[in-house]
Design a protein around this ligand. Structure first.
Ligand code: ZN
Length: 98
């Protein structure tokens, strides 16, 4: 008799797991909904600040389009420093100075 109860419980647990699995798969398939639920602890894309070496969450980082690739910064100060360092490469031509 106890065997039946155990089987029923096991069945329910398995059913739950299956439903959860399906739900997570469905969620993963639609990128729009998964982005909205960003509060979940998934792998957060981290980017490195080239100035101070801090790792910043990409969505919160300040960006700078540095020609070939986009650079990410933790703060405006770091971005300014980077711009100053790489001034000749990035800054638009200001006058014909030689
Ligand atoms: Zn920084």
């Amino acid at each position: 008799m106890i065997g039946w109860v155990l089987r029923a419980i096991l069945f329910l647990i398995v059913l739950r797991l299956v439903f959860r699995f399906i739900a997570s798969v469905m969620e993963g398939m639609s990128p729009a909904s998964s982005q909205q639920k960003a509060g979940k602890k998934k792998s957060v894309p981290l980017v490195k600040d080239p100035v101070c070496g801090t790792y910043v969450v990409r969505e919160r980082a300040l960006t700078l389009d540095a020609g070939k690739q986009t650079q990410y910064f933790c703060s405006e100060r770091c971005r300014d420093q980077y711009v100053q360092r790489a001034a000749p490469a990035i800054a638009p031509r200001s006058g014909a100075r030689r």
